[in-house]
Design a protein around this ligand. Structure first.
Ligand SMILES: C[S@@+](CC[C@H](N)C(=O)[O-])C[C@H]1O[C@@H](n2cnc3c(N)ncnc32)[C@H](O)[C@@H]1O
Length: 262
């Protein structure tokens, strides 16, 4: 009798254990489904935002030819729309870009719509430089942008060694109204875009503005913090973009930014 009771108790405990285990698993699956649902909603919202931004680009730029693939390695539509709106509103005469691609095409189209202005695009990779030049020709925009072959070279700043676009590629003494920083790629070195500050901020014109892509990444956050310390004259702000977008401005009341040039 006692043996039977023990066996039943053991069985009941086993069943309870299995039930608790199953309840735990069901709860985990439920939570995972909830997270998945949330992720899908967020992803769809992000995707829709990019479609809206792409449509915005097509409308604002009145494009007759399609743009090359966006997102991934290229800038995302939301970032491109920010720089396009800035370029159409403020009509910069001289635009300098760190890294060429679709950004070069949309900025060149802004110059064309503005009736003048020029984009100088620094590109370290000859194959991508060639590709961007071909796209400029395809879109009839070659008069408004020049892709400059600028291999990455060692650059010494305050005793530290960096890698930056070759010195002397940009026309000397160029005042920069708009600087768009989307390169070099982060796999070329730690804080790869930091040298843009010491190398180019000194050339910003009185109405100069800087747009930094990928500003949500940890590396770019660290770069922005360094620039804040080293260039306190520049006002830092941000725009909401999927990969982050930081905007640095020369204050309207004037002032100069200390730094060198490429
Ligand atoms: C972040 S991408 C710059 C893209 C450019 N500003 C644009 O909006 O298209 C930085 C660099 O990556 C390189 N690159 C461009 N497209 C690439 C691709 N599909 N795969 C690998 N590297 C690429 C180019 O050398 C470019 O200078």
């Amino acid at each position: 009798m006692i043996m039977m009771m023990t066996a039943i108790l053991f069985l009941l405990l086993m069943l309870l254990g299995v039930a608790l285990y199953l309840a735990h698993k069901v709860r985990r699956v439920h939570l995972m489904m909830y997270d998945l649902g949330n992720n899908i909603v967020q992803e769809n919202a992000g995707l829709y935002r990019q479609i809206e931004a792409l449509r915005g680009l097509e409308l604002e730029l009145d494009l007759k030819k399609s743009l090359p693939a966006l997102r991934g390695w290229a800038a995302s539509p939301d970032f491109l729309l920010e720089i396009v709106r800035h370029a159409l509103d403020e009509k910069p005469r001289t635009v300098v870009e760190c890294s060429s691609g679709t950004s070069t095409l949309v900025l060149a189209r802004c110059m064309q719509l503005n009736g003048g202005g020029k984009v100088y695009s620094l590109e370290h990779d000859p194959a991508y430089a060639r590709q961007t030049r071909e796209n400029l020709v395809r879109m009839g925009l070659s008069d408004y942008a020049e892709v400059l072959d600028a291999p990455l070279r060692p650059l010494e700043l305050d005793g530290a060694r960096w890698s930056w676009y070759q010195h002397g590629v940009l026309p000397a003494g160029l005042p920069i109204d708009l600087l768009v920083i989307d390169g070099p790629p982060m796999n070329t070195g730690s804080l790869a875009r930091y040298p843009a500050g010491p190398a180019l901020f000194g050339q910003l014109s009185a109405s100069g503005a800087v747009f930094l892509d990928d500003a949500a990444r940890a590396e770019e956050t660290a770069i922005l913090a360094r620039w804040k310390l080293e260039f306190p004259q520049l006002e830092q702000g941000s725009r909401y973009c999927e990969k982050g977008c930081a905007v640095l401005r020369v204050p309207r009341q004037g002032g100069s930014v200390h730094g060198g040039s490429v």
